[in-house]
Design a protein around this ligand. Structure first.
Ligand code: 0WD
Length: 243
């Protein structure tokens, strides 16, 4: 969930999983994105491409009902979705409006729990849930503002969901990715500056690629990561140890 185009982090994860034999379904939000997602899904032989707006409970219900009908079960799920009004991803956090606070929290945080509620009954033999977060949850990053607050809540929900679902052999983790130039990132003020700063200061002295996040995703989603749950794993060229 969350492929918008070939630059999307979710696409990096999808490709890594596909390369290792996973059968995948994709969701898209609205017709404009459908036009982008369908050809990508076709590229890796996926026939299940479904609409899903995570701000609409009925839409999530319909998506998972269709997955159950087609597959009868689910092994893993990737949630790579976030949204906030662009005019509040610059300037001060202090200026966040109540409407955009709720919208950002709903789409960027609560939706992970909402999709987990529908995915869990399909994970009959255990499973793995993965979401995407950013260092702005832990430390103040310029312009990240309300999204940083939402990501902090998302990381906390990873821990609570991991505790709730461990007895069903369902693992719940997050990847804290370093900055990557995607559609969503282009909405963040001074993003190019953040990219450059990360490149200059990260221990590896570079930024990460969606392929690298994809490989880490493969580890957490597959049995390679069977002992890992409740974890926020940084894939950021090490920036979090210096930033
Ligand atoms: O630097 C970055 N790019 C980082 C991104 C660093 C660390 C974390 N992340 C996170 C993002 O916050 C997000 O949670 O990774 C996740 C994926 O983001 P992305 O790959 O950077 O961005 P993008 O390719 O734009 O995919 C996000 C997609 C949306 O795209 P747009 O740009 O159209 O908003 O999230 C989807 C949509 O496809 N999305 C929704 N899907 C269903 N229902 C909704 C919604 N209501 N809102 C947004």
């Amino acid at each position: 969930m969350g492929v918008a185009n070939h630059r999307s982090i979710a696409w990096g994860i999808a490709k890594a999983c596909h390369d290792h034999g996973a059968q995948l379904a994709f969701t898209y939000q609205g017709e404009a994105l459908e036009k982008r997602v369908r050809p990508l899904a076709q590229e890796i032989g996926s026939e299940l491409v479904l609409p899903c707006d995570v701000s609409d409970a009925a839409s999530i219900d319909a998506t998972f009902a269709e997955i159950e009908k087609k597959w009868g079960g689910l092994d893993f799920l990737v949630h790579a979705i976030a949204f906030s009004n662009k005019d509040q991803l610059k300037g001060r956090y202090l200026d966040t409006t109540p409407d955009n606070f709720q919208l950002t929290m709903n789409i960027s945080c609560y939706s992970f729990t909402a999709v987990a509620q529908r995915a869990v009954p399909l994970m009959k033999d255990g499973g793995s849930l993965l979401t995407l977060t950013y260092y702005g949850a832990e430390r103040v990053m310029p312009h990240y503002n309300v999204m940083g607050v939402a990501k902090a809540a998302l990381e906390a929900s990873v821990r609570y969901l991991a505790a709730d679902l461990g007895d069903r052999k369902i693992r719940v983790n997050a990847i804290s990715a370093g900055p990557i130039k995607t559609l969503a990132a282009s909405g963040i003020g001074d993003f190019n500056y953040i990219l450059k700063w990360n490149e200059l200061n990260a221990p590896l002295k570079r930024n990460v690629s969606t392929e690298e996040v994809g490989n880490a995703g493969l580890y957490l989603l597959s049995d390679l990561g069977s002992g890992v749950t409740g974890e926020v794993m940084h894939v950021d060229a090490g920036y979090h140890v210096v930033g």
